[in-house]
Design a protein around this ligand. Sequence first.
Ligand code: FES
Length: 572
Amino acid sequence: MSTLRSAQWYVGDDRNAYIHRAWMRRGLPADAFDGTRPHIAIANTASALVPCNMHLTEVARSVADGVHEAGGIPLEMPVMGLGETLVRPTAMLWRNLAAMQMEEMLRANPVDAVVLLGGCDKTIPSLLMAAASVGIPALVVPGGPMLSGTFRGKPLGCGTDVWKLSEDVRGGGMSEEDFLASESSMIRSKGHCNTMGTASTMGLVAEALGMVMPGLAGTPGPDARLLEGAHMSGRRIVEMVAEDLTPEKVITEASMHNAIVALAAIGGSTNAVVHLLAIAGRLGLETSLDDFDRLGADVPLLVNFQPSGAHLMDDLFRAGGFQAVLREVQDLLDPGALTISGRPLVDHLDKARTWDHDVISPREEPLQEKAGIAVLRGSLAPGGAIVKPSAATPGLLQHRGPAVVFDSIEDFHARIDDPGLEVDENSVLILRGCGPKGYPGMPEVSNMPLPRKLLERGVRDMVRICDGRMSGTAYGTVILHVVPEAADGGPLALVRTGDMIVLDVAARRLDVDVDPAELAVRAPSEATVNALARPERGWAKLYVEHVTPASTGADLDFLVGASGHEVTRESH
Ligand code: FES
């Protein structure tokens, strides 16, 4: 009697087994269905509209070769992908939909395990959320970063340099013509963004979680070694079926601990916080927002990468790779956390070496002593907010200044360059209505461009506060993921232009210096309320009615947890 899940569909002499086999044969031999060979889904997020993942179809072929070689049956399965730069209003609105459709299709189909092919920002998080909820053996093959672009002799980092160059244009330091000339140099090859943005971060963090073949994350998309790693991943997933090595055995509080330490050491994207919390929620882990501060805040920054530093992802690979970074912080990692290899993460680090200390700093000489994400609370963010000190201006981490408030990103764009806007470098820009419910979907708008008149005076950073997210490639003293969001009754909706805002990152405080009694009787203005989204149908309506706060992962409340992989009722 086969123990394979797929055998429930294929093995037997009855009419249903006949139907399942007959429609799937199409050239496959009879022993593909005798319950001895695991059926491996290869979940592929490639699409012409997900340009960072287009090459994953080639990667899928290498996975399939490995699966075949190990005796499995590879089944490539297109799943929803999200092109971060394209989809409106924001890819984050669709992360949970991508996770839900993938979860349901994995559960509905006769597969024993899944290889997850992702890259662009939301794809690896949605794949991991789905696999965690279904509970069949799974591993990730990250699509890898693109090669570094160059423009006029200098490296060009996608994302980060777009923000920098466009600020230069607005500040008068670069012509529009030169700006546009850099466009064709930015995306040089297949792969995802080459800065330490969300895609790079999530590929590396997935390895720290134990869900990637150790040493594979960060391999550039065009590098032949990515295909070799994909091939080996195909072999490994077949073994994992025999070992019943499911995601809940790999993704544990111990591996979340490792992911948080790694996130800090690489100066990774703030978006990883909301994604890791969502993945933890699927598995019922205790990991919380405060763990990012508790476990990560004192971890040193070891990679000199955009947006916090100078280099790009193929430099990390050349300099020794992610494992060389992990080796530097090995004593901070949980030694018990398993990987999909069946062995702990720390067991794989002995051979790691750093070949370029300008890219990966030794632990004794970090780029910053304490680089992890800080979690702030106070009268402006009772449920928490986060800041990434490694991407901020140190002098602004303690600041008191008057608020300049915007009710929406449209309001912001309409007024920010108005010469009459009362704003100076001490002002605190506040943007609200950008949380999961308010926008909807929590877009990456928190790193608001600075007012033109201040840019022209050479100001390059200001304190900015928002209930949305920011791109992992962005930088600045930006306080984001404010909870509760303005659309969920948060005090952010009550702040008025001119109120004094007090930020003290060392004390982990974010306050509005208004008498609590006065704040308690304030109500959001009509303009504030009118700026909030009220979708009336479709996914957006479902999303707004069920999305949880950023501080718990912005998942849908009915998707938290797992349903397992059992489906007993037949379709005919
Ligand atoms: Fe796809 Fe940056 S746009 S990873």
